[in-house]
Design a protein. Structure first.
Length: 334
């Protein structure tokens, strides 16, 4: 099966062709960082307009690189949600138009399930059941993948997503956008133990995450010690990153041990963070937990992961009709 994936949930316009849900024949990603950087974050209206401008060339390039014609596709998978509604609508419209013209089976894919399926595009795909930590600019959640296409929500952020916290702290420090890579790069020159930012505590015992308190602590520190020297900025970045990574790792490993699940998947845009990858790998190894992490190119938003998840759904007999619409708050599991 050769499946075209289309991803336009936020600020990347992406298309990819994947064979049999495992082999990437092409993957094209057009970033919008230059569009949104002056504003310090993603501007939804600008994002959807940019998608409109480039989605067709991106899809055409993916087909050319895969040496596949549109009429030869066995299916089309598109991100249906969650995400920015204007951006999602662009991808859905293109996918439905192609499905109508060529009579190709169509399926809508949850963006978060796409991130999970990025782990199946590697040489070491996970076996079910496993626990998946999905960390990105808009989402931070733990899912129990009990069986293919069967998920249970184990924990989630109660406020900011991890990636959102990175973006906001980068803005506080005057580093720019997107914040994740800039925080990591700046932190390399800092001391992660320089500032003891307080960890979030869940008094009800839930396996949830919280980053608002950490973000506030960074904001107060910056205001109290302004103006910051370059070294002080590096120390704040390193200390913030260490605190965020520590929370993610501890909650994830703790949930894995409590639930008796010996396999973990780390995925999503924040999974490209080097210290997070290293810390979770070390903690998982210490407890005998098998860890699966996609390469960085598959952690950030891409369409290959949408095609992989779409393949599984098409093989399960799912089909979407031309009335399919974008669902900006689409849930993967409860």
């Amino acid at each position: 099966m050769k499946i075209l994936g289309i991803e336009s949930s936020c600020d990347e316009t992406a298309a990819a062709v994947v064979a049999d849900g495992r082999r990437i024949l092409s993957s094209v990603v057009a970033s919008q960082d230059d569009v949104h950087a002056p504003f310090g974050g993603v501007v939804p209206e600008l994002a959807s307009r940019r998608h409109l401008e480039i989605v067709i060339p991106v899809v055409e390039q993916a087909l050319v690189e895969a040496c596949v014609r549109a009429e030869e596709l066995d299916g089309i998978a598109v991100t249906q949600g969650p995400g920015l509604v204007g951006s999602l609508l662009v991808g859905c419209a293109v996918a439905k138009a192609m499905a109508y013209v060529h009579g190709t089976p169509l399926v809508g894919v949850n963006h978060l399930e796409g991130h999970i399926y990025a782990a199946f595009l590697t040489d070491d795909p996970p076996e079910h059941p496993f626990l998946a930590l999905v960390v990105s600019g808009g989402h931070t959640a733990l899912y129990h993948a009990r069986a293919p296409l069967d998920y249970a929500l184990v924990g989630q952020t109660r406020d900011d997503a991890a990636g959102e916290a990175f973006d906001k702290v980068a803005k506080l420090l005057g580093l720019g956008f997107p914040g994740g890579p800039l925080i990591q790069r700046t932190a390399e020159d800092g001391d992660p133990g320089a500032i003891a930012f307080p960890p979030a505590r869940m008094r009800d015992g839930a396996r949830d995450f919280s980053f608002s308190g950490l973000k506030t602590a960074v904001s107060l520190h910056v205001k109290r010690h302004a103006p910051l020297s370059a070294r002080a900025v590096a120390d704040v970045a390193a200390s913030f990153q260490a605190a965020a990574v520590r929370m993610l790792v501890r909650r994830t490993v703790s949930a894995s041990l409590e639930l008796g699940i010996a396999r973990l998947v780390l995925t999503g845009g924040v999974a490209a963070n080097g210290p997070l990858r290293a810390a979770l790998a070390a903690e998982a190894a210490e407890h005998g937990i098998r860890l699966h992490i996609p390469p960085r190119s598959l952690c950030t938003d891409n369409a290959a992961m949408i095609a992989a998840a779409g393949t599984a759904r098409l093989l399960a007999g799912e089909r979407a009709d031309l009335a399919m619409n974008a669902i900006p708050d689409l849930a993967l599991a409860t």
